[in-house]
Design a protein around this ligand. Sequence first.
Ligand SMILES: Nc1ncnc2c1ncn2[C@@H]1O[C@H](COP(=O)(O)OP(=O)(O)OP(=O)(O)O)[C@@H](O)[C@H]1O
Ligand SMILES: [Mg+2]
Length: 466
Amino acid sequence: MIPLSLEQIARVTGGQLRHGDPGAVVSGEVVIDSRRAGPGGLFAAVAGERSDGHDFAAAAVAAGATAVLATRPVTVPSVLVADVPAALAALARSVVDALPAVRIAGITGSSGKTSTKDLAAQLVERLGPTIAPAGSYNNEFGHPLTVLRADAATRYLVLELSARGIGHIAYLCRVAPPRYGVVLNVGHAHAGEFGGLDQVARAKGELAEALPADGVAILNADDPRVLAMAERTEARVVTFSSAPGSDAPVRAVDIRLDDLGRPGFTLLTPEGSAPVSLRLHGAHNVPNALAAAALARELGMDLDGIADGLGAAVARSRWRMEVHQRPDGVTVINDAYNANPESVRAAIDALAHLAQGGRAFAILGHMAELGGTSRASHEDIGEYAARIGDSGLAGLIAVGEEAAPLLDGARRVRSWTGEALAAPDGAAALELLANRLKPSDVVLVKASRAAHLEGVAAALEGEAGQ
Ligand SMILES: Nc1ncnc2c1ncn2[C@@H]1O[C@H](COP(=O)(O)OP(=O)(O)OP(=O)(O)O)[C@@H](O)[C@H]1O
Ligand SMILES: [Mg+2]
């Protein structure tokens, strides 16, 4: 963070300084986890479900933090504010305003924000010092905390913007106004909370609306709801596409997948073409890579640099399409980070591809927050899984009560010869699978975050005596 005195922090946040020297300076990281508080930092105390950050105020200062941002009095140097996220937002905005040379990119969409942000960051880092969040740090806490890491050396901010309702992205864009905005797709993630896809489109399009006239809106031409956002922005529009026959300026042609489902393609831009081989798994990473390429191109990276950077980029955030080959020949796809209908379909496609010549199993938990369409969505996904390849999945294991409609959907496919299995929990799913698994089988593990199936994936990866 750029150094700020406690007096400045109180002024920017509209807070009151308590027990502290007004001239004491915060120059370290701003954190909401007291265990991560360090020398010169600022600890923002937040009341969570299980614990209240205010109880750790003294520990944070003992660990070196200069002060605490708090909503009730504590006994250590602190700035008392009415609302911690609003205070973090105000602080972040003041940092952005103090660093006018920093170029800010925001990435949103229903699926693939983190994957794209990680790809884009690995490109942009080649251009200069870049701050990008770790994992999915994309909400009213993670977003300002990421922005606050910027300092005088920073040249680029690559931010992930999430929304669970109308106005959320507009808010994040006020905290750190992006000049470059990427919209990936409009899908069913949290569609229940939004009240339908049109509302999701309205919310995601707030990024396009927030862009200035000298900004760039990078839009997925293959998603009509995203393409329509071109009407909602003053910024110049650049589209990308992985669809055959598209005339988008940034596109992928000759897309193919290797044995492990890693895409290769020819990247076409107005400057020419270049071959790209991704290290990431799944065809859905092609649009993600194109979005990252389009952003890097706007920031001045040449085509060879983009192709090279995409080929070198690795998965930085865990549990998204991790492909693990066990010594006994079983392949595990750990995509347990999260699930919505689009990302489950993408994962099933990857499973089908990897299982060519072997059998495919899927351990699927429920997809959360789908609202009234939840049952039908689960049934449709079950049906989709039962239709892959020549004979569908060899086994579909639905974990938990809420995932059971997956099995009903699979059973709708009369020609399906696989097994529909219900497991009350992850341990039961592992047991069902253990009796069936043979070398050269491929297993997908995927569910919404709340299901925590990463433990199931880890157990599977660790089996077979490696
Ligand atoms: N373009 C895409 N289309 C469909 N699914 C995708 C796409 N990109 C990634 N996925 C899948 O979606 C899941 C989440 O990916 P990722 O974490 O990148 O998305 P996100 O938008 O950041 O999610 P969150 O809203 O949870 O932060 C993973 O299972 C991933 O494989
Ligand atoms: Mg994310």
